[in-house]
Design a binder for this molecule. Structure first.
Ligand SMILES: [Zn+2]
Length: 473
């Protein structure tokens, strides 16, 4: 076995989790192909606009119809293959990812993350659960260990959470989110990114977030740097239950502080300095909304300051619980007659999660937002670390400091600020390639701050919240 330096070994551990369960091994040498022969990267707007343009409603329509046609994709349904049940759906998903991998010159690596769950609540007998995963390895040495995850769940259910036999077409919940992940993977695999992208279609969501929990807890155990995660769950319909239609808006659920009985010292400091709206998840949500506004201007990302809707949960939650920044996309208006319902007519009303209630153009817009945000994240530098606000004496200016970013192409830093009552940034100052800056006239007592890294191509990072700096004793 050849010698590998610790950093290469760490990288290999990370990659092996991503492709673990089917015995695929990636040659590390194959990961490092630069985007161009001289190592130069195209302008970020060119790449982002290309992936956005590549996603079509026709493509989403085909994917949602194919998924719904498996009859049921319940986690307890037929796993053996054929044309009906979760096994058939899984084989098809794999073949779709593999087709896109061929179009990418084989850079998109398809794998399965398989394990046995149960017996437990909603899994009465031990059941094999399989996440189908496609990984696009990052190509910048300094950022390929930084991972962004996008997910949708391909399992479905009807009125009975344990019914693995009856019809459960799951067109909106969550063929729509699965189609977003597939379409995004195929569009992005044609391009090159610095950080690693993980496109994840998971099972067991309806049985208790089982597939996502498995992957997220393994990632935490192995110390993977998951710098951001989005789940897409119920992103298919533009029609509200009163019949009104809104095609131009998606909700993005973004937790502030975790509802834990005990708070870490870091969370206590966040609250103590008025930063309860500046958790890493909220900073990620601000970034996504800003990228969407620039690159998918006809479509609004409506950030909701809440972990999830009442009585509902999703696959971002295991990532939040593992300590990662994680968000949930869900359509603006839900019609609960079309979710978790047996397909039936009742009182002249059609119940069931049927293809006819999905609006492919709407879902394509959600996919474009995902692709734009993921591209901006994976092209850009890491968020600055150890960002601090000096609080050594009483003064009316603000001095910030941070660790220099390890990305060699970082060209400088941008300080964003806003009033404490404002939801989004109101101003920005480019402060050059420094690790400490004083901002005269901006009182740390009156504003909230965030520091972003900016690279020479103009890619910017997510903002980091400054914690109080106390002089070393
Ligand atoms: Zn769902």
């Amino acid at each position: 076995m050849p010698y590998r330096s610790p950093s290469r070994r760490l990288r290999s551990i990370g990659v092996s989790l991503l492709v673990a369960t089917v015995g695929v091994t990636i040659s590390l040498g194959a990961l490092g192909a630069p985007a161009t022969a001289d190592g130069a990267w195209p302008p970020p707007a060119v790449v982002i606009d290309a992936v956005v343009r590549d996603i079509s409603a026709a493509q989403i329509d085909r994917l949602v119809r194919m998924l719904a046609a498996f009859g049921t994709r319940h986690t307890l349904s037929d796993a053996t293959g054929g044309t009906r049940g979760i096994g058939a759906a899984r084989h098809w998903l794999r073949s779709e990812f593999e087709r896109c991998s061929r179009d990418s010159g084989g850079r998109l690596v398809v794998s399965e993350d398989a394990f046995v769950a149960g017996p437990q609540e909603r899994i009465p007998v031990p059941t094999r659960v399989v996440n189908v995963i496609a990984t696009l390895p990052g190509e910048k040495a300094a950022s390929r260990d930084r991972i962004y995850v996008v997910s949708g769940h391909y399992d479905s259910r009807n009125s009975d959470a344990l019914d693995g036999a009856g019809d459960a077409p799951g067109a909106d919940d969550d063929a729509s989110g699965t189609a977003v992940v597939l379409a995004t993977a195929c569009a992005m695999a044609k391009h090159h990114f610095g950080s690693t992208l993980v496109f994840m279609t998971v099972a067991g969501e309806e049985q208790g977030l089982i597939g996502a929990t498995h992957w997220a807890s393994e990632a935490r155990r192995r110390g993977l740097d998951v710098a951001g995660m989005f789940t897409n769950d119920i992103v298919g319909s533009s029609r509200a239950d009163d019949g009104s239609i809104e095609k131009g808006r998606v909700r993005l659920f973004a937790e502030g502080l975790p509802a834990r009985a005990t708070l870490s010292e870091q969370l206590q400091t966040l609250i103590g300095t008025g930063g309860e709206n500046d958790s890493p998840t909220r900073e990620l949500a601000r970034f996504v909304r800003a990228v969407a506004a620039s690159h998918v201007p006809s479509f609004t990302v409506d950030v909701v300051y809440r972990r999830d809707r009442y009585l509902r949960g999703g696959d971002h939650i295991p990532f939040l619980d593992a300590g990662y920044a994680a968000l949930r996309f869900t359509e603006a208006h839900e019609d609960f007659r079309h979710q978790h319902q047996n397909v039936r007519m009742e009182g002249g009303v059609q119940y069931g999660d049927l293809v006819q209630f999905v609006d492919p153009e709407y879902t394509a817009s959600v996919a474009r937002v995902n692709a734009a945000a993921l591209a901006a994240l994976a092209l850009g530098p890491a968020a600055p670390r150890n960002v601090m606000i000096e609080t050594l004496k009483l003064e009316n200016d603000t001095t910030l400091r941070w660790d220099p970013n390890s990305d060699p192409d970082v060209a400088g830093y941008r300080v964003r600020y806003r009033h404490t009552t404002a939801p989004d940034w109101e101003g920005a100052r480019d402060v050059g390639n420094v690790a400490r800056v004083t901002l005269p006239g901006l009182s740390k007592d009156d504003f909230l701050f965030g520091v972003e890294a900016v690279d020479r191509d103009g890619n910017e990072s997510v903002a980091s919240y400054p914690y109080p700096y106390v002089a070393p004793r």
